[in-house]
Design a protein around this ligand. Structure first.
Ligand SMILES: [Zn+2]
Length: 78
């Protein structure tokens, strides 16, 4: 085994950019599921998250976890 400090994030974190100001946002799936709407700390815009899409994203993330890095980038379009 390589001597690398590999760190698997659990729960997985979804990183995406604010569709309005491009601020880097970071949420866990649990946080995303707990609230249908989050607010961008950069510009204060409310971001609606499609829970159906989120479910698909979660599946994709589960697959992505098996790879490195265990991160996925999602963009939201208006
Ligand atoms: Zn923003």
């Amino acid at each position: 085994m390589a001597d690398i400090d590999t760190r698997i994030v659990d729960p997985p974190i979804i990183r995406f950019q604010c569709p309005k100001c491009g601020h880097d946002l970071e949420q866990t799936i649990a946080q995303l599921k707990s609230s249908e709407r989050m607010r961008c700390p950069g510009c204060g815009v409310g971001i609606n998250i499609d829970t159906n899409r989120l479910a698909n994203a979660a599946d994709e993330i589960q697959k992505a976890i098996e790879k490195v890095p265990p991160e996925i980038t999602i963009r939201f379009y208006r």
